[in-house]
Design a protein around this ligand. Structure first.
Ligand code: C2E
Ligand code: MG
Ligand code: MG
Ligand code: MG
Length: 283
């Protein structure tokens, strides 16, 4: 009977699907071991003030150095990490690594004003995040305002009340909050006020053709106006050309991040960048 049932079920799985399921399981196992095997690393991308040209911060972006696949971009494993819950441990590793690096930069006198770390909605919906952030700040001794957490509007779809509670506690710790990929999610004006972030990041999908697509230009203008009236800083991500930068500056955008300034760089290269930025404008 069971055998028959099994055979019946099997018919729904094409060989291709079983292949994909196996592949997924393998990836999940690999990812589970990635942290202990020291295969994760962070790249850092500069964020620059549009008026002064000064470096205002960095964004930490995780990469996975897979023994067979090479350097895997986060788009290829963060979704899997979120579905499997592995993103909680992975996210703690990212927070810890970024804060330790900040401590080293502070010691060396080349620290950026802040490092932004991406936080998944899955992490936010678990109370443990606040505790871990507070422990990591204590362990590394960095001032809380040196850490910025980038959250996406998607948490509103998850465990909303737990997430709002976490955000309130994180703010109380003194860390900064930024809303990532703004304009692509579900935040209502009411939620926006409840999040009480300090910064909006305009999603790169709006920035890409801001100079040629009047619809996107209108959206960008509206986001900047919204940021202004709520007293939030506005940064545009994915800026690749001087035309885009000029356009964004004219619209009143505060800062930019993108290939125009630099790609995300490994620690050694970003440290050289920080040293250069420092000697260009000593405090
Ligand atoms: P995001 O947080 O919106 O990060 C911006 C993405 O845009 C990065 O992709 C960055 O490399 C890319 N980018 C920056 N400037 C440009 C540009 O001028 N042109 C173009 N075409 N792209 C640009 P990346 O590093 O592949 O990360 C993709 C996404 O993966 C991130 O989007 C973020 O949602 C997620 N992610 C990255 N690191 C972490 C992490 O540590 N934790 C979590 N939960 N998610 C992460
Ligand atoms: Mg981000
Ligand atoms: Mg983003
Ligand atoms: Mg994005």
């Amino acid at each position: 009977q069971a055998k028959q049932q099994g055979r019946g079920l099997l018919r729904f799985f094409s060989p291709e699907m079983t292949q994909r399921a196996k592949e997924r399981l393998r990836m999940e196992g690999d990812l589970r071991r990635a942290i202990e095997r020291d295969e994760l690393l962070l790249h850092y991308q500069p964020q620059v003030d549009l008026r002064s040209g000064e470096l205002v911060g960095l964004e930490a972006l995780v990469r996975w150095h897979h023994p067979q696949r090479g350097l895997v971009p986060p788009g290829d494993f963060i979704p899997l990490a979120e579905e499997s819950g592995l993103v909680v441990g992975l996210g703690e590793w990212v927070l810890c690594t970024a804060c330790r690096q900040m401590a080293l930069w502070l010691e060396a006198g080349v620290a950026p004003r802040q490092t932004a770390v991406n936080v998944s909605a899955v992490q936010l919906s678990q109370g443990r995040l606040v505790e871990r952030v507070s422990e990591i700040l204590r362990e590394t001794g960095i001032p809380p305002e040196r850490l910025e957490l980038e959250i996406t509007e998607s948490f509103i779809m998850a465990d909303r009340e737990q997430s709002f509670a976490s955000l309130t506690e994180l703010r109380a710790l003194g860390v900064r909050l930024s809303i990532d990929d703004f304009g692509t999610g579900y935040a209502s004006f009411g939620y926006l006020q409840r999040i009480a972030a300090q910064k909006l990041k305009i999603d790169l999908s709006f920035v890409r053709d801001v100079t040629t697509n009047s619809g996107n230009a209108s959206i960008v203008r509206a986001i900047i106006a919204l940021g202004r009236s709520l007293g939030l800083a506005v940064i545009a991500e994915g800026v690749e050309s001087t035309e885009q930068a000029e356009y964004l500056r004219a619209l009143g955008c505060d800062a930019i991040q993108g290939y125009l300034i630099s790609r995300p760089l490994p620690v050694a290269e970003i440290t050289a960048f920080l040293e250069q930025a420092r000697s260009a404008s000593p405090e």
